[in-house]
Design a protein around this ligand. Sequence first.
Ligand code: DON
Length: 568
Amino acid sequence: MRFRTFVAGLCALFPVVLFPGSAASAKTPVTARHGMVVAQEPIAADVGLAVLKHGGNAVDAAVAVGFALAVTHPAAGNIGGGGFLLVRLANGKSHFVDFREAAPGGASRNMYIGPDGKPTKDSLFGWRASGVPGSVKGFSEAYKKWGTKKWAELLAPAVNLARNGFTVDQALASEMLGSASTLRNDPESNRIFLRDGKPYQAGETFRQPELASTLERIATKGADDFYDGETARKLAAAMAAHGGLITEADLKNYRAIERKPLEGAYHGYEIITAPPPSAGGLGILQMLGILNGMGFGSDGPNSVKAVHYTAEAMRRFYADRSKYLGDPAYYDVPVRQLLSPQYLAERRASINPAQATPAAEIQPGLILAAAGVHQRESSETTHFNVVDAQGNAVAVTYTINNSFGSGITVPGLGFLLNDEMDDFAAKPGSPNLFGLIGADADAIQPGKRPLSSMNPTIVTRDGKLFMAVGAPGGSRITTGVLQVILDVVDFHMNAQDAVDLPRFHDQWKPDILYLQKGFNPDVEAALVKMGYKTKPINDVGRVEAIVVRNGLLEGGTESRHNGKVAGY
Ligand code: DON
């Protein structure tokens, strides 16, 4: 309170532009010379670091971290979900592995619409909420293409952590307790994650023997076990027994898809990011394209001017997202038009320098009614970055969607299933968990992949690796990652300061500008005067970044959370 008064006093003396958003953390970033892993859970980050130190490359380490997080960070790390892996090899070539879940063969367009015509909760909770998991296939494909170590060696730490257990920290204890209402609806989840009503405390050991056995089979038999072996049979049988849709055929037919990453230029940097079915990568390029060259940052980060122009770019992207973005195998996504310089210039020209453009005036929009955003705070996904001594870089975002996914653990297999079906537009104009609205482009069809906000991104300069970045956070992933890129590229912040700076989020509908805690109240007041309706929000993504500067790797993990930068 006293600080606010002090700030207000200062701002009365100086124009707001001289006193932009709250100061960054000023925490010194961790640096390393050879290799680095930045992840949202410390044990898994250390697993990756050990792989790097023992001569594994960034893909090897990413596989090991991915499986370790499935054990140590069950709210989001997974083998029952899916995601995206972006790799830029030291030879300058980039590849993108799409291991997003796919709608089961038995899925149908209106499967989540109840008799009253309203969307049900079945896309979020229970056996019918899951798409066909992709994580095991995704890591396996990346490993087959670029890995160098033995597959079983990369899974060994995860098997060990599941079999022998690890010490629960405060973050995990609160996550499990925080999702108790979801987890206790399923007997297996209640038994494993809530210990049948005696929740784990920090300091206790958490063992997951069923998960250890599943991981052991994947380690010895490969991804085939998950898609065409014992795990597949058990998963399909449990689905059939509980009214779920995933069959043995769905698992057998599942493919991880290598796609060409989206690429674009911004202020002398090259941005390499996620193509559809990610909406996020296109969003990053579109918003950077709108901001490009307009001097939006001349007053500094989180100044009124910077927030205004960036929020206006966000609104225009989210309007396009609602109409044009979906799985490219099922919908002709007009990527080139949405990123054409002429289109971006038109979008830029529609921004009023002095006033917020009301959401209702922004086109295109098939929107029929103003949407309410679901303000759930417990949702989770996870992101990690790895850079190795050769200069290979990997950025992975993967998820089971909501925290602890659908809340269902497959009996005898020990892993949680995703509720990724909620990322489809269950009903045109009805907001999903993240308040996002979609239509035909993201309608449910068998085999289709739901639209995602996840956007692992790599930035280069003069053909050299400059940054790897990404985040969880639902619709706020894209806006969070955008801001950290701007903070590093335009505002010259180090990786730590950039991820710590309070952020903002605007997704067009609802017509609200969300401001993260710690935002300068005077900037907020000025934005309200310009027509923005503001609301506080806890997180705008939870961004993890590695920046390469003067030959050193510089890591940033949010001080607001308990991630780890592990380097050597
Ligand atoms: O793919 C997506 O966009 C969402 N399923 C991501 C969910 C998420 O980030 C939840 N986390 N905080």
